[in-house]
Design a protein around this ligand. Structure first.
Ligand code: PLP
Length: 451
């Protein structure tokens, strides 16, 4: 964190960092991480931090899992790279597809397409759905429904589905036909006197009105994260997902669950759609699929989409979409081993078992001044700070308090994410009861030192 360090100087001189205020960074330099151990990471000065965001919501098995190292090395030795274009394949890709279909455990989800990232997975679904609708002779059915505050990635397509101003402003997005519906966060967007059930109903009426106004024949798909993470850990109100599913079925609109964060146990279930009781037509995954030890994303979908795409690819001669790194053998081998560890150690069960302790202990922070709402499910949670608790009035300079809290968190050896003035926590799924107590104690200290 100091420019006296030569690595820091080199970094400032040569790189542009994602999601960073570049000019502020020139002054402060980077916090250089050096090594990991379980839920902990250590910076280049040797200081220890609890990584309470699991990297970027993604390191399920912790930062020192040797079995993933072995899986990567073995695959590197055997076949370090191959592709699955034009009739080729390889064992880890085949086995991983089989495993993903088994975990998805839904007849709608029987096929897998691989990407390198969550953004590319969400880009892929746009193209998949468009390709399908062109093949089915309904080329006008192209518009996506998404939500304000959604995060689906940053490529031109996925970034268009994202509903956050910083991802659109000055990037000329959205660049595809998309309608962003009201964010389903009851605390912020519920109207005074409106019950949670009435809020849900209002959102469903809005969605149906939008579909009818645009014409159902123009709406291709609805995409949503079961829990909106990067938008501030926003939980759906009661009955929301079954209601959205019913609308999608009524108007022949594909339902896409973006499970890039919620997939593989974050909510105490294998997928978020199981937590909230709906059945998507398409699911996108990434992050926890490899615990982010290797970049990998995937799209799961079913036979209806597959058959339309397969017929058209046969007619044209190819399905002209795919990445050099699609189903990278090392990434898919690491994913297989990672999913095996999640299964053998019952890390999904661990999230389910610890969720009450995690959520209950953190919700006690709501008693502190300036804490507006504490919300979460499974092992993901957020603490929203406000200038006035009674009126929920935000601070006049949004993000300033959140950034300060993050800095104090670093001093206290706790890494979390500030989203404006909301502080998000999402520890590795290997976290223990004692470690949760320590996370909550440090968070309490951070809050009392911040505001
Ligand atoms: N979808 C969701 C729900 C995400 O949270 C993210 C990243 O945080 C993405 C998609 C994009 O994934 P990636 O950063 O791998 O492109």
């Amino acid at each position: 964190m100091t420019l006296s360090n030569s690595l820091a100087t080199m970094d400032v001189a040569t790189s542009l960092h994602p999601y960073t205020d570049a000019r502020a960074f020139e002054a402060t330099g980077p916090l250089i991480m050096d090594r990991g151990d379980g839920i902990y990471v250590y910076d280049s000065s040797g200081k220890q931090y609890i990584e309470a965001l699991a990297g970027l919501w993604s390191v399920a098995v912790g930062f020192s899992e040797k079995r993933l190292l072995s899986a990567a090395m073995q695959q590197m030795e055997k076949l370090p790279y191959y592709h699955i274009f034009a009739g080729k394949s390889h064992e880890p890709s085949i086995r991983l597809s089989d495993k993903l279909v088994e975990i998805a455990d839904d007849q709608r989800l029987s096929r897998v397409f691989y990407t390198n990232s969550g953004s590319e997975a969400n880009d892929t679904i746009i193209k998949l759905v468009w390709f399908m609708n062109n093949a089915l002779g309904r080329p006008q059915k192209k518009t996506f429904l998404a939500r304000n505050k959604a995060y689906h990635g940053i490529t031109i397509g996925a970034g268009s589905l994202t509903g956050l101003p910083n991802n659109h402003r000055d990037f000329d997005l959205p660049a595809i036909p998309v309608v962003h519906l009201t964010c389903p966060h009851y605390y912020r967007f519920g109207i005074d006197g409106e019950s949670e059930a009435e809020f849900t109903q209002r959102l469903l009426v809005e969605a149906e009105h939008t579909i009818l106004q645009k014409g159902p024949e123009t709406i291709a798909a609805f995409i949503g994260e079961p829990v909106m993470a990067a938008g501030g850990v926003l939980l759906p109100p009661e009955g929301y997902w079954p209601g959205i599913e019913a609308l999608c079925r009524k108007y022949d609109i594909l339902l896409v669950a973006d499970e890039v964060i919620t997939g593989f146990g974050r909510l105490g279930t294998s997928f978020g759609y199981k937590k909230f009781g709906f059945s998507p037509d398409i699911v996108t995954v990434s992050k926890q699929i490899t615990s982010s030890y290797m970049p990998l994303g995937a799209v799961l979908f079913g036979e209806r989409i597959y058959n339309a795409v397969a017929d058209n690819s046969h007619k044209i001669g190819t399905f002209g979409h795919g990445y050099t790194g699609s189903a990278h053998p090392v990434a898919t081998a690491v994913a297989l081993e990672n999913l095996k560890i999640i299964e053998e150690r019952d890390l999904i069960g661990n999230a389910a078992k610890l969720q009450d302790q995690f959520q209950d202990r953190l919700s006690q922070l709501a008693e502190l001044p300036f804490v507006g709402e504490v919300r979460g499910v499974g092992l993901i949670c957020a603490v929203e700070l406000v200038a006035d608790k009674a009126s929920k009035r935000p601070f006049s300079k949004p993000g300033r308090v959140g950034t300060l809290a993050m800095q104090i968190g670093h001093e206290q050896g706790l890494i979390f994410r500030s989203i404006g003035d909301t502080l998000a926590l999402c520890p590795p799924l290997i976290v223990t009861e004692d470690q949760i107590s320590e996370i909550v104690a440090r968070m309490h200290r951070v809050l009392t030192l911040t505001v």
